[in-house]
Design a protein around this ligand. Structure first.
Ligand code: URA
Length: 294
């Protein structure tokens, strides 16, 4: 450091405090993960990709290609959609995003096609800041499908849902009722990590909802477990908080058939409130009983 630099850099403790304050600032701003060795402007990548797609769309409309059909929103179990933050320039607005999501999701004939459609979907701004699309883990077609909220840092790094501390607790919870990860199918209502693990906005959830519903329909489980309030409220239309809603069996219409749905406490909440594990244990026993009976 050159002579004449600020006083605070003179002593090592001052420099350390300043660096810690800078790291704290970044963490508070949501920059809590180093993804690359060198800086990489992902927003510029995204803007360039969007510009290319916009040009392709314009060319297609000049050639009078038909627009994707607009399909009605599912009436049952519909989640409320409210206004989210301002739409960044070049992004789809909420209505375009919902129309695009419905068309893409409905056109997907299997889970691989749905994952590919989601990867090409530009209606959720979280895609721009996330490293990975976190689509699913476990076994499609399993009798139990678990839906959580959104990926965290570990999930974003690995591309798999529920692999961090909450995921490890989920594995132990399943093991307690003799289920392995491969005995269930696991996904989230949002497949991209919100920066700094913030709660997804209602607009982000609404944009992804047609994909989540289609994923459930294509996975075709007998029982849907909604982990935490966001999954419970979004998929089951429940207004109550999760402490009231948990453990109550509800119905979920997949579009093909009605299945049973069980709201449960999210493992991330149980890590913070270990005493509540007794409630989770009650719900796990109810799940095991339902599996044995059906
Ligand atoms: N929490 C979730 O809801 N989903 C994950 O994938 C990880 C943590």
């Amino acid at each position: 450091m050159a002579d004449g630099d600020d006083e605070i850099w003179r002593d090592e403790a001052g420099l350390r405090d300043a660096l810690i304050a800078l790291v704290d600032f970044h963490v508070a701003a949501g920059v809590d993960l180093a993804l690359d060795e060198t800086p990489h402007d992902r927003f510029a990548d995204e803007a360039a990709r969007r510009a290319g797609e916009a040009a392709a769309r314009e060319a297609a409309s000049r050639d009078r290609l038909p627009l994707p059909p607009r399909t009605p929103a599912p009436a049952a179990n519909a989640a409320p959609v409210s206004r989210g933050p301002a739409v960044p320039p070049g992004a789809l607005d909420a209505e375009e995003a919902a129309a695009s999501a419905r068309a893409l999701a409905e056109a997907a004939g299997d889970l691989a096609a749905l994952e590919a459609a989601l990867a090409g979907f530009d209606g959720c701004a979280l895609k721009a800041s996330a490293k990975s699309l976190v689509f699913a883990d476990g076994t499609p077609g399993a009798r139990v499908m678990i839906v959580g909220e959104a990926p965290g840092a570990d999930e974003d790094r690995t591309g798999k849902p529920f692999v961090g501390r909450a995921g490890q607790l989920l594995d132990r919870m399943l093991a307690a009722i003799d289920l392995a990860r491969t005995d269930v199918y696991i996904a989230n209502v949002i497949p991209w990590r919100p920066p700094g693990n913030r709660t997804p906005t209602t607009q982000e959830v609404a944009a992804c909802l047609p994909f989540t519903r289609r994923q459930i329909a294509l996975a075709d489980p007998d029982i849907l477990v909604c982990m935490g309030a966001p999954a419970t409220q979004t998929l089951l239309g429940v207004k109550d908080g999760i402490l009231r809603a948990r453990g109550r069996w509800l119905a979920y219409d997949t579009g093909r058939r009605e299945i049973r749905a069980l709201p449960m406490l999210h493992p991330a909440y149980l890590l913070r409130q270990p005493l509540q594990k007794r409630l989770a244990w009650r719900d796990l026993r109810a799940l095991r009983k339902a599996l044995r009976e059906s």
